[in-house]
Design a protein. Structure first.
Length: 90
């Protein structure tokens, strides 16, 4: 993986804490945060009816099974209609 420097302004206490963690851990935290953010946005769009669960999983960059698990943890029940059922079974 190629790397790139990133400059951002954050509160001093957070900067000190991140400095103490080390680069690899900070990179891992950023990756986890971005993955969670993408999942949250995808589930928001799914709940709004903008996209199917399959499309939401693609937008989140995770498997459909994992997104369904994340939805279940949040108490999100899949809407059922003949159209969504046919699309999900395709």
């Amino acid at each position: 993986m190629t790397t790139r420097a990133l400059t951002l302004q954050i509160p001093a206490p957070l900067a000190h804490e991140l400095d103490a963690l080390g680069r690899e851990l900070v990179a891992e935290l950023l990756e986890r945060g971005l993955r969670q953010w993408r999942t949250d946005r995808a589930l928001d769009r799914y709940l709004a009816g903008d996209i199917t669960l399959t499309a939401a999983a693609e937008h989140a960059g995770i498997t459909r099974t994992e997104l369904a698990r994340q939805a279940h943890v949040r108490g999100i029940e899949p809407p059922t209609s003949a159209e969504t059922l046919a699309e999900e079974l395709a």
